[in-house]
Design a protein around this ligand. Sequence first.
Ligand SMILES: NC(=O)c1ccc[n+]([C@@H]2O[C@H](COP(=O)([O-])OP(=O)(O)OC[C@H]3O[C@@H](n4cnc5c(N)ncnc54)[C@H](OP(=O)(O)O)[C@@H]3O)[C@@H](O)[C@H]2O)c1
Length: 266
Amino acid sequence: MRVAVIGAGKIGQAIAEGLIKAGYSVTATRRRTREIKHLERLGVAVTKDNKKASSEADLIIISVKPKDVRSILREIRGEVKGKVVISVAAAITIDHMKEVCPEALFVRVMPNITVIVQESLMAYCTDRELTPEVKDMVKKVLEALGRPVEVEEPQMDAVTALNGCAPAYLSVILEALTYAGLEVGLSKELALLSAAQAMVGTGKLILEKGKSPHEVRDMVTTPGGVTIEGLLELERAPIRYTIMRAVKKATLKSRRISETIERGTE
Ligand SMILES: NC(=O)c1ccc[n+]([C@@H]2O[C@H](COP(=O)([O-])OP(=O)(O)OC[C@H]3O[C@@H](n4cnc5c(N)ncnc54)[C@H](OP(=O)(O)O)[C@@H]3O)[C@@H](O)[C@H]2O)c1
């Protein structure tokens, strides 16, 4: 199966690399093709020609910025009739895309930047017209890139704010832990390594061993010990409240962007 990745920027390049590794034939496009010459060494065909890439592909993945999705769809609409088009753009609804290309079948995916290492949750929702066989094909493609989970489209703004943005939130925590390490005399390298490895390991305890976050916390915390001393200090700041507010605000922002784009095309 040949896949065209339209807009090989940060996310698009990661998708192209993940799919070529998994054995798909891949064409990647962008206007400044010199930026993605390295993909050719992996076996990805590189071109500026979105139309040709789409006409030769069985599956099209759009990875341009949300503001550019509509013009890309106008450009390739003659080439995608009856084909599946996956968009990873935030805030662009399936109805919005179908308005431009009524004869294509759409899937909306919200990955995050960890798709570069094939560790992203790939939250997706689909056009009602997709048959079970086509849905299976889409899931298989997403499995090559991370962990697919189907959601309802109205959940997409929340998924964007949580899954799409989580690497940024977690990086703030990693940065704080790194500075904390410096403060208590560790080297920056050791502090960052320790914090990042602990984040990976904690994720694995939850995903692979079925632990809940409070179980992990209890496993680390002994009476009168070191961890409870640290946790006591953490209780002074409304950390949970702040993170909950951040995700809520980001969800509302995603919804507002979506509404602005819809209004702009009325
Ligand atoms: N970054 C994230 O963490 C993240 C997470 C989840 C979802 N997303 C979504 O993923 C999409 C891509 O995000 P990104 O961060 O990868 O952005 P990006 O790095 O800016 O990539 C977008 C790419 O589109 C290309 N492009 C623009 N116009 C084009 C055209 N007419 N034909 C072909 N290519 C064109 C640009 O390259 P040229 O200028 O060379 O053409 C650019 O490399 C966005 O819609 C975003 O909402 C991003």
